[in-house]
Write a protein that binds this ligand. Structure first.
Ligand code: ZN
Length: 170
């Protein structure tokens, strides 16, 4: 039996109800839980449950399959968000990509699949949106994105997750 670390998403063999792969992940995770509401949202979202065939893939191959397989019907696209890991913990809040500046509408598409373009490799929340720009509640999950683009900057990510539906109609 395998589990996925709640912090770093590594797949590991748990002893009893072990939720983190290592003492380091456990202690950093409890520290991270003390942060702001942005952090609470971050902590409230669970990793996607991986079927055995997806768990067997390498991290890079998992990304497109997870994005497609977790999407609810009637999804126009998705955004990914995470705290900036390079700033002090107390100043962290989530940044969302694509930002309105990166791409308009500010959604990566599923069909054709656009891979996420993010500022650093790491764990992100995935949030799906309907064609009229509303978030699909309850469909979000965390996923490891093992690649990044150096020209995408944390500071350019949107602090706001939600889109303005009236501008999506175009
Ligand atoms: Zn871990």
């Amino acid at each position: 039996m395998t589990a996925q670390c709640l912090r770093c998403m590594r797949v590991f063999e748990p002893k009893q109800n072990q939720k983190w792969c290592s003492a380091e992940c456990r202690s950093k995770s409890s520290y991270e839980r003390q942060e702001s509401s942005s952090r609470l949202f971050w902590e409230s979202i669970a990793p996607a449950s991986l079927g055995p065939e997806i768990a067997a893939l390498d991290e890079r191959q998992r990304v497109p399959l997870l994005l497609a397989s977790q999407a609810p019907p009637n999804t126009r696209g998705y955004r990914v968000g995470a705290p900036n890991r390079f700033t002090p913990e107390a100043k962290q809040y989530l940044r969302w990509f694509p930002s309105a500046e990166q791409q308009w509408p500010a959604l990566f598409t599923l069909d054709p699949l656009q891979l996420p373009r993010v500022p650093a490799a790491g764990v992100y929340i995935v949030a799906y949106f309907s064609p009229d720009g509303h978030i699909h509640q309850g469909a979000s999950f965390k996923m490891l994105i093992p690649f990044f683009e150096s020209r995408v900057k944390w500071s350019r990510g949107d602090r706001k997750l939600l889109l303005e539906p009236h501008v999506m109609a175009q």
